[in-house]
Write a protein that binds this ligand. Sequence first.
Ligand SMILES: [Zn+2]
Length: 221
Amino acid sequence: MSTCDTTIPIDRSMCNAPRHGTVLAYNDYGCRCPDSRTLATRYRRDIRNGTHTPQRTHSAGTGRRLRALAAIGWPSTLLADRLGCTFEWVGQLQREVNAQVHLTTAQRVAALYDELADIPGPSDRARGHAARAGWDAPDAWWYADIDDPNAQPDRLHPDPDDVDEVVVERLITGEHHNPRAATHAERQAAARIMRDRGFTHTRICRLLDIAHGTAYRLLAA
Ligand SMILES: [Zn+2]
């Protein structure tokens, strides 16, 4: 989703924001990387001049994220509250009624997804509805590019509640080559054991390849 077209990689080591390179990252996440600054400046100028034309993107990633959140128990009403829209609109996005969505919508949904995709939601009704509709959970998208309309979800992935003790141990020792392929329950079990063994928060995040906020939620749940 980066709008940066330079071939020189941007040094983000001095920026602590969780998201980079977009107007949303600049406005909502405090990113001050050069590409964000340029885009935010241009955005403000266009708004001022009345020349701002909302950018659009394919609706697949947005629909998949909202369906995946439903699959792990996040109801449309709660998602709508967080997105500042109606639950009917969440339903439209989940069914991909329109082939395209505003880029800002896609970015807000992506940010919400990053926040919630690791946490089981409160609604069995949402889970049941999603299961009957055949909606894929976030685990199906660890390997596949959720924003690529042609990408296929990984339906062979084990149940998110499965715990393989060997996988947990490999996560803890750092021998697991792709921590994100572990199930939610495995990541959570590993995080708890590491905390109990006195691992620092940063080390837990590095071993599980997750953000700090995700680690806090894994440990709090
Ligand atoms: Zn940044």
